[in-house]
Design a protein around this ligand. Sequence first.
Ligand SMILES: [Mg+2]
Length: 176
Amino acid sequence: MALVTPTWMVKAIYKIRPATLKRLGIQAVLTDLDNTLIAWDNPNGTERLHNWLAEMQTAGITVMVVSNNSHQRVAKALAGLDLPFTARALKPLTVGIERAIKQLKLPKEACIMVGDQLMTDVIAGNSAGVRTVLVEPLVSTDQWNTLPNRFVEGFIKRHMKRQGTYKYLEDINDGQ
Ligand SMILES: [Mg+2]
């Protein structure tokens, strides 16, 4: 279960505060694209997201997209956000995350991986040795190809609930 258990859970990426990241020594937020940063029904991102990205920039924290989608698709989706990205990340494999970390020239401890899916984002992040954050999907109507993952996720989330580890925090926290 360790590989599918996120380090932290928050409802949305913008719950993660720059001050908390700094306190934890985190310099880069690696993030999934679809349903974590933007939703199909609002491809430009919400005002709240834009504000959060601006805060991260001011704090000197890099936000980099690690997506399984093609370069073309990610570049197009991020046209209005101006974020660095790596495409074809092959999550749940660690390829994309390792590529991103290498590109940023940061130690793993200084990076977190944020995403809305346990079976791809969280497993990939945990396998790569970075701390992971699970967020709620921005919209519940998903692409068809994530349905089998969602099915498995249902089992895992029920298990986590029984264990008492399924808890959304107000912000990520190291428990200290
Ligand atoms: Mg996603």
